[in-house]
Design a protein around this ligand. Structure first.
Ligand SMILES: NC(=O)c1ccc[n+]([C@@H]2O[C@H](COP(=O)([O-])OP(=O)(O)OC[C@H]3O[C@@H](n4cnc5c(N)ncnc54)[C@H](OP(=O)(O)O)[C@@H]3O)[C@@H](O)[C@H]2O)c1
Length: 315
């Protein structure tokens, strides 16, 4: 048996509880991981509440299919399935999985990688979902090159704090949009310019950006396009259904200029991030740590939409 954060219905953080459940058994291509830490993502809130409703087509129409929430994991391999060649018991790993708010998880070997040597388990658990989203948004969707000027809207949050550092590592000039209280923090991790969204509108400027990575969806798409350079790209990673649909239809009209990001977890990008982290170019920004028993409180904080970096769950 193991302890896990379990829920049997959709709802607020009040529906989850710390309970004893059976330990999962690894399949042939899976490893079993003793979890040391996890972290909180906006998607946890979506799967917790089952809203917007179309998400239930995937997560279970009436009741949630997955009883345990959580997507990020860092821990130690305990045992491996018979087809697993890349990991051995004792390896320290990190990755994006399902059902991470538990003492023990199983993960497909292609979803995890060896943990950066210079990070604690808590720091490593902050990385997978947020940093892979930032990396795929900047490198693959926006195709950032050295010297490009990129604007990151929502730079102080989980994805944003990785995006600022990854954009720097790609040689970009960075304008970060965040609240005034986070300005010093985003400057300290590499932002060249900061726009305080409480005082200024980032679309009212004569600057033209080579890329916009939008993590908030606070300005009309037409205004965002107006501040792009003639070859610039707008990338939406906004997790709101209405915004994603708007951006998707715009991407059909302005191909290559408007893109909607759906990040895909993979071991190669985790290994790329490990290289950046071990080189000291990227360091997770952690706002708070919560014990497994306080996941509900961590989710409430996430639901407020004003995270500063990542919230980590220690197991
Ligand atoms: N496409 C994918 O696969 C994928 C993967 C992961 C996440 N996402 C989505 O990406 C988005 C960001 O995720 P996250 O993990 O970074 O969320 P987060 O940690 O909750 O951060 C959101 C940030 O936005 C800032 N913010 C709020 N209102 C703002 C405004 N008007 N202008 C500028 N900044 C504002 C907040 O800080 P302050 O207000 O305090 O400044 C906060 O730092 C979410 O919508 C999420 O669903 C998508």
């Amino acid at each position: 048996m193991m302890r896990a954060i379990v829920r049997d219905e959709y709802g607020t953080p009040d529906v989850i509880a710390l309970r004893e459940i059976d330990e999962p058994t690894p399949g042939d291509d899976e490893v079993s991981i003793r979890v040391h830490a996890s972290s909180v993502n906006p998607a946890d809130w979506i799967f917790l509440t089952g809203r917007p409703y179309p998400v239930r087509l995937v997560s279970g129409l009436v009741r949630p299919k997955g009883r345990v929430l959580g997507m990020d994991v860092a821990g130690r391999v305990q045992s491996v399935g018979r087809n697993v060649t890349r990991f051995r018991p004792g390896d320290e790993v990190f990755g994006e999985i399902a059902s991470a708010y538990a003492e023990q998880v199983c993960a497909h070997q292609d979803r995890i990688a060896i943990k950066p040597a210079n990070l604690t388990f808590e720091q490593a658990a902050a990385v997978p979902v947020a940093a892979m989203t930032a990396l795929q948004g900047l490198r693959d969707a926006a195709r950032i090159r050295p010297g490009h000027h990129v604007l990151i809207n929502g730079a102080s949050g989980g994805v944003g704090t990785f995006a600022v550092q990854i954009a720097k590592s790609l040689g970009a000039e960075i304008t970060a949009v965040c609240s005034g209280g986070s300005a010093d923090m985003v400057r300290s991790i590499g932002a060249d310019h900061v726009v305080d969204y409480g005082r200024d509108d980032f679309t009212r400027t004569s600057v033209r950006y080579d890329a916009i990575l939008d993590l908030v969806g606070s300005a009309p798409l037409s205004d965002c396009r107006r501040v792009l350079s003639p070859t610039g790209t707008y990338v939406s990673s906004v997790g709101r259904l209405g915004w994603s649909l708007k951006a998707f239809f715009a991407s059909l009209v302005w191909r290559d200029r408007v893109r909607v990001l759906a990040s895909s977890p993979n071991a190669a990008d985790l290994a790329y991030l490990r290289t950046l982290i071990e080189a000291g170019e990227v360091t997770p920004v952690i706002e708070r740590r919560y014990p497994l028993s306080d996941v509900a409180e961590a989710l409430r904080r996430q639901g407020e939409g004003h995270a500063r970096g990542k919230s980590v769950i220690t197991v």
